[in-house]
Design a protein around this ligand. Sequence first.
Ligand code: ADP
Ligand code: TPW
Ligand code: MG
Length: 577
Amino acid sequence: MSGASAAAAAPAEQELTDGFNLIIDALKLNGLDTIYGVPGIPITDFGRMAQAAGIRVLSFRHEQNAGYAASIAGFLTKKPGICLTVSAPGFLNGLTALAHATTNCFPMILISGSSEREIVDLQQGDYEEMDQLAIAKPLCKAAFRVLHAQDIGIGLARAIRAAVSGRPGGVYLDLPAKLFGQVMDAQKGKQSLVKVIDAAPAQIPAPEAVKRALDVLKSAKKPLIILGKGAAYAQADDAVRNFVEKSGAPFLPMSMGKGLLADTHPQCAGAARSTVLKDSDVVLLIGARLNWLLSHGKGKAWGDAPKKFIQIDIEPKEMDSNVEIVAPVVGDIGSCVTAMLDAMGNGWAKAPVDWLAAVSKKRDENVAKMAPKLMNNNSPMDYHGALGVLRTIVKERPDAILVNEGANALDLTRGIIDMYKPRKRIDVGTWGVMGIGMGYAIGAAVETGKPVLAIEGDSAFGFSGMEVETICRYQLPVCIVIFNNDGIYRGTDVNQSGGADPATTVFVKGSRYDKMMEAFGGVGVNATNPDELKRAVNAAMDSGKPTLINAVIDPAAGSESGRIGNLNPQSALKKKS
Ligand code: ADP
Ligand code: TPW
Ligand code: MG
């Protein structure tokens, strides 16, 4: 057929689009411009095309780390972080991070390629066959599958809304391989896309709820405000600070709530935690759950004095989850705290000064007790000597983001390093999970452009350590400090059978993690005393070069399970060694 007759036979030139392009267009239309993932069938070409279309696509070495990066992107930006994985095994690797995001109330969307429905449903053994939607459902906030190209716009819109509205969480979006290649009319395709308007609508608290809460607060002789990571997530920083200051009450920041008001603020009770939990009479929770991290609001940690709880949370079902909440305030934190501030007016009487004075006294005593320990220059280092210098570095660089995981490496860092700005401390969260380290470091560096300091136990680091290659590949300003005490909790454990295998909690002695970084062109430093550590971290933060510092810690310095040894069941029948 000649060219001329072919043209005559074809209908008027029809512009086409396909699943690949529609997903990319839908993401871009909704301002989702970064994808964290691992390529492979059926999403390899999708990743390439997304990159070509101007989306930043970061390839990881393991999906779990990509998922953690996406989840922390969600926490830091209030937009759902996007993680992209291949079918079955890739999906399962990403699923841990999705479940974790849901538990921590971070918005995230796990997009997974999947194999063909017809074959999966008849269990005929497709390549990487798995009923992913069914498996994801109980582990996340919502799960959707898109079967037709014209539903991609709606599918993504539903995923976005589910992730960020109300209590944020993880959403699974299942995209079968066949969807990507499905072709449709370009104009119709464009019309099928949805730009989500007001994805996380303000949720205004009822005026009666605000009044009830303020009446209880007003009655307090010893009020306490607890600031959780929900308050950090809400990005209502000015309102929260104004409210705390206007109340005059001491405040206790939860781990990732640190820095909403500086840890050095006169009302901060961080270093007088047991005193304020025991002695307070009214406790106002802002974006913090009364879960295990707060001893469920009862028992020894809370003392014998009767307490009244006020709780501000977007999730109504959270109220009374552990103890009675006498004044629930349901709504988004920005709206709730602003409404409380308004209703307090100008004549609000601050919390009794003798209470704040008693708390400050206790805090100052505890801080003074700690101070000399932080100045030691021991070699090998103990945690306090190492953290003494890191604490000053963070003070001098308050914009840096601190990533933190481990046991002793976590608990002591949390207690010792003061934070000065909101959302600068990100860590193991509600599950106390190991493995968030490198994913969070990458996500935080990519989303904020700020330098990242990751303080990692040697065990904790091992869960995501291969991503140092990713950090070097993208040249991210990440400085990793490994508190290397030769193992989990301590490096001194011995095999009680007397056999040749090492004990279950110890690693190769004298490991040089710094060499891992050098393998990929990054900077590696072995630091044996606090002065060396300080020099190396400052150089890394100044240069922005990917750096890993192996900080040699005395293997005997730590304690079992860090600060939560009380949760560790032990056999009464165990043979004494
Ligand atoms: P922490 O571990 O710091 O104590 P949690 O994760 O236990 O904090 O609690 C966070 C709480 O914040 C959750 O109950 C969640 O529903 C709530 N939350 C998250 N975002 C908002 C928001 N924008 N407004 C109100 N509450 C929120
Ligand atoms: C996914 C259990 C809690 S803390 C920890 C483990 C293995 C490591 C502690 O050793 P590290 O710190 O990091 O060297 P340090 O300073 O005390 O020596 N698997 C997962 N999550 C958790 N929490 C564990 C196991 C655990
Ligand atoms: Mg260790």
